[in-house]
Design a protein around this ligand. Structure first.
Ligand SMILES: [Zn+2]
Length: 301
């Protein structure tokens, strides 16, 4: 089955793109599926439909049908924890693939039946997954039953770093815990690491990979989405949900993601460039220095 995966670094607009693609006939917006096990099933965070995920009728049915003999949630969640970037170099070095694959086996074993059942139970022609982490997409890419198409969504590093420094209320947990701000240095290093790894793992396969700048998505949502669907070989489908810069978001069953996934109805896409006036010059210089080796490749001079 076809999975359109959104890859890239944090605070790049992946949640809204997930919602836009999911508003198409035949699209199912699944959110950050890599968090299904830990945040969804163990921490009982909310599905996009506002039920705690273990109580969501759709996900309950999907899990029961995908794993009739049950599944060791703790084991899969532990393997998902090893997707963290610190292990990622293993995925880049061919000789170490074996070790990396063994660390992630419990996760690799469940993704085939999981996505197959999502597709069947939702009647989806394509599943949208905004997990972002390229190490997770690496697992999906190795599964022969998954036809993976990667949208690499990048955002101007200065905007991404500025956004990462602001707190945002988390709406999917009863514990008052805002999305934690990330220091500018850390956010800039993450920007390089996440985008660099995504590019090196998927960028050479131009039939199944599309680089999209967030700024272009906001300026021209309709044509950006058309490019994504063409890359994913999804036939043109009707969608009245995009008009100019306005998109209409539907209620969804997303697993994890930015709090904006709970927003439904019309949303105007507006470029947030507060960093231009708000970011201290010293911080901006540091971000410029750290991201310099990759910025040009993504069109940010
Ligand atoms: Zn739900």
């Amino acid at each position: 089955m076809k999975v359109i995966a959104i890859a890239g670094s944090a605070r790049s607009g992946s949640t809204i793109l997930d919602g836009i693609l999911g508003s198409f006939d035949g699209g199912f917006s699944a959110g950050e599926v890599r968090w299904l096990w830990q945040r969804g099933l163990i921490e009982r965070r909310l599905c996009g439909c506002s039920s705690p995920l273990p109580d969501c009728e759709l996900w309950t049915r999907i899990l029961a049908r995908a794993f009739p003999a049950g599944v060791d949630v703790a084991e899969v969640a532990a393997a998902s924890g090893r997707l963290r970037l610190r292990y990622a170099p293993l995925a880049r070095i061919r000789a170490l693939h074996g070790i990396y694959d063994r660390m992630l086996t419990p996760l690799a074993d469940v993704v085939g039946p999981l996505y197959q059942t999502i597709s069947r139970e939702t009647d989806a022609n394509f599943i949208v997954d905004s997990s972002k982490l390229s190490t997770y997409l690496y697992i999906l890419s190795k599964n022969p039953s998954i036809d993976l198409r990667v949208v690499h969504l990048v955002r101007d590093p200065r905007a991404a770093v500025y956004s990462a420094g602001r707190t945002k209320a988390q709406l999917d947990t009863t514990i008052a815990r805002p999305m934690r701000p990330t220091s500018p240095g850390r956010a800039a290093v993450d920007w390089v690491a996440f985008n660099g790894l995504t590019r090196s793992l998927f960028g050479s396969n131009s039939d199944r990979y599309l680089l999209l700048r967030y700024e272009d998505l906001v300026a021209q949502p309709a044509s950006s989405v058309r490019d994504i669907l063409a890359m994913a070989d999804v036939p043109e489908v009707a969608n009245a949900a995009i008009e100019g810069n306005r998109v209409v978001l539907q209620e969804n069953h997303t697993v994890s993601g930015n709090p904006s996934r709970f927003v439904t109805g019309p949303v105007d896409l507006v470029l947030d460039d507060a960093w231009r006036s708000e970011m201290p010059k010293k911080t901006r210089r540091m971000v410029d220095r750290i991201t310099a080796p990759y910025r040009g490749a993504f069109g940010y001079e």
